[in-house]
Design a protein around this ligand. Structure first.
Ligand code: LLP
Length: 402
């Protein structure tokens, strides 16, 4: 796809997030097709990119939503996701969130502890309802990814051990206010090795079989998210191999296969455009200072994550530079030692693969307005979130001045 970066930045300003909706569609369809012939539901992990138009785009294709707060559940509903395709996960759900989720009648709540199960039972009882639940099992498998985004080991805070899960299912099955319909695991993010997923699926499928033996019938088998993407030179997991591994593990079980991809859907669909403000050299080291910053895209600062950076259309001999923003932190950078041509004020720098965990992790640090977001679809561009203003930022404070 050839993108007229300059025209987009002229039209919508800088810094700017751009998402290619055709690419997102292609990802959804490719993954869905890999499930052909099997009962399946793809629950887009809203946390990766929760712009309403992005969710709506996926909802129209048939996607469900994996949500981690009641706010995300509201987003999914507002964007038109079918309520019976929405699941609500997370280690710490508040009573009011549980109550709202039950009132909205979403597909299920994914439980992460025994204490939470008791809480959900209590809230459901108060409402005179039966809560559809799944339990997040921690299979204790090393996902071989960055420790910050690894979640499937016992040392992580997520899910419950197999034995505990079994006890919880037995309890839930007897409860008037709980209906155990699903099982879930999610071992980590940006996974490029299929083996840990396969192993986890086998462990969890065995649990489903043992539950079946005691007449607890699990209908939804949810393998979480985590499919890795190419930021640099990674070899991603092939969609068909992924589905085949899950299908093989669940052989003989009559379950709907579910997954919760976030990054897979949107990371490579997105880019972050920022304008060059200045160049400078400090003791021989070259810095390119741009108008975007860590508050807009924090992945490099937070995880030392790599994002490919380019200055499209700018000619000249390249030399290495750190690409940094205006925020008052040494950690405010997009890339270190990036080969770039000499850059002038106003040139555009593109930070690639920024569609996932970009805007959703943005903040207003340094009272910087959050960037605008733009969709590209069928050769057209359109605004899907306007740039914040200073007034937007102080709206909740101004009335309290005295
Ligand atoms: N399901 C559950 C229960 C999750 O915790 C996550 C991500 C997903 C699905 C979606 O995972 P994905 O398919 O996107 O890998 N901020 C970090 C990533 C944190 C992921 C948290 N959980 C980053 O920028 O790399």
């Amino acid at each position: 796809m050839s993108i007229d970066y300059k025209a987009l930045v002229e039209k919508y300003g800088s810094p700017l997030y751009m998402y290619d909706f055709d690419y997102i569609e292609n990802r959804y369809v490719t993954l869905k097709e890999a499930f052909a012939g099997k009962k399946s539901l793809i629950n887009y992990a809203v946390k990766a990119n929760s712009n309403l138009s992005v969710i709506q785009h996926l909802a129209k294709l048939g996607a469900g939503a994996d949500c981690v707060s009641i706010g995300e559940v509201y987003r999914a509903l507002d964007a038109g996701v079918d309520k019976y395709k929405i699941i609500f996960s997370g280690v710490g759900k508040r009573d009011d969130e549980i109550e709202e989720a039950l009132k909205r009648d979403i597909l299920m709540l994914n439980l992460e502890s025994e204490a939470e199960m008791k809480r959900v039972e209590l809230v459901a009882k108060k409402l005179g309802k039966e809560a559809r639940i799944s339990i997040r099992v921690n299979p204790n498998i090393d996902p071989q990814t960055h420790p910050y985004i690894s979640t499937g080991l016992h040392e992580n805070k997520f899910g419950v051990e197999i034995d505990m899960a079994k006890r919880m299912y037995i309890y839930a099955n007897k409860s008037e206010h709980l209906n155990p319909v699903g099982i879930h695991f999610h071992i980590g993010s940006q996974l490029t090795n299929l083996d840990p997923i396969r192993e986890s699926a086998m462990i969890v499928a065995d649990l489903v079989r043992s539950l079946k033996a005691i007449k607890i019938d699990i209908k939804f088998f949810d393998v979480g998210g985590g499919i890795g993407v190419v930021y640099d030179d990674e070899t991603p997991i092939a969609e068909q191999a992924y589905v085949d591994a899950i299908a093989e593990a669940t052989k003989g079980l009559d379950v709907t296969l579910m997954c919760e991809p976030g990054r897979y859907m949107v990371a490579n669909a997105g880019a972050f455009f920022t304008k060059v403000l200045y160049e400078k050299i400090n003791s021989g080291k070259r810095f390119v200072i741009v108008d975007g910053a860590m508050n807009d895209l924090i992945r490099p600062s937070l995880y030392n994550a790599y994002h490919k950076i380019e200055a499209p259309g700018v000619e000249g001999e390249k030399s290495e530079a750190d690409v940094v923003g205006p925020v008052c932190e040494s950690g405010d950078f997009f890339g270190k030692n990036v080969a770039l041509p000499p850059l002038a004020h106003g040139d555009i720098v593109v930070v690639h693969s920024a569609g996932a965990y970009g805007f959703t992790m943005a903040s207003n640090y340094n009272t910087r307005p959050k960037p605008a977001e733009v969709a590209l679809q069928g050769g057209e561009d359109r605004l899907i979130r306007r740039r914040e203003t200073y007034e937007d930022q102080v709206r909740l404070e101004k009335e309290f001045l005295r």
